[in-house]
Write a protein of this length. Structure first.
Length: 255
């Protein structure tokens, strides 16, 4: 993972231009994830068979596949290891926060959702986020994220920036039953908010919980630093807390 300054968008990029062709190979997994999650939860919502299901989606921002793999092999991330399948996926051309999460939470590539990097962005097209899709079925969802406000960037905010420009997740706040976006929260506080979000949706729903680590540390000290490894171990401990308190029948996805 490159923790340097994101490249400027290519010459053909224009946030107000017509939609560009979709590069299917790069986003097919997340398109299937988005569609699959909506259809699965919609089916469960209309099912008469208990128990209802909950999907908890945990995001570790800037978690490098190589470093995580090394630590898994060394037995340093036992809770992550307990989840089983660990796969590397290419999701967008530039691995920076705004376009990566916009793609993952909508199933759209950057040249459709319009966010090329952290400085060049627009709102995800109306109705395309997982949260909006689920709301059309009456299925509750929740959003918990860091990287909104100081001391971090506003990469995961909902609404509009100081200049009135819409963030990628413009409409998310209005589509969920529980919303927290605050970069000042600690890892433990994000976990607590995540558990509050789980409770808020009840037995059926989708909860997204975003941790801004280890990305912040990676940018300052690098992905091979001891501090970066400490972040991953701390996140694994928080994952253990989540796993211990999830209701029976819940599904946990970590990306």
């Amino acid at each position: 993972m490159n923790f340097g300054t994101p490249n400027e968008p290519p010459p053909h990029f224009n946030p107000t231009s017509a939609l560009l062709p979709i590069r299917r190979g790069r986003v097919i997994f997340f398109l299937l994830l988005a569609i699959g999650a909506v259809l699965l939860l919609a089916a469960l919502a209309y099912s008469q068979e208990p128990p209802a299901r909950l999907v908890l989606h945990v995001g570790w921002d800037g978690a490098d596949y190589r470093r995580v793999g090394q630590m898994l092999a060394g037995g340093e991330l036992p809770n992550l290891a307990s989840l089983g399948n660990f796969q590397q996926l290419e999701i967008v051309e530039v691995t920076v926060t705004k376009p990566s999460w916009a793609t993952e939470l909508s199933g759209l590539p950057w040249n459709v959702h319009g966010t090329r990097d952290n400085k060049h962005y627009r709102a995800i097209p109306a109705g395309w986020t997982l949260f909006e899709q689920l709301s059309t079925y009456g299925i509750p969802s929740a959003y918990v994220a860091g990287k909104c406000g100081p001391p971090s960037h506003n990469n995961m905010c909902s609404g509009r920036d100081a200049n009135g420009n819409p963030y990628p997740f413009l409409r998310v706040k209005d589509a969920v039953v529980y919303f927290v976006a605050n970069a000042a929260l600690s890892k433990q506080q994000i976990t607590n908010r995540c558990l509050d979000a789980v409770a808020s949706v009840g037995g059926v729903g989708y909860v997204f919980c975003h941790y801004q680590w280890p990305d912040e540390t990676g940018h300052v000290l690098g992905g091979d630093s001891a501090e970066y490894g400490q972040d991953l171990r701390a996140l694994d401990a928080e994952l253990g807390v989540l796993l211990s308190q999830l209701p029976v029948g819940a599904v946990l996805l970590l990306t």
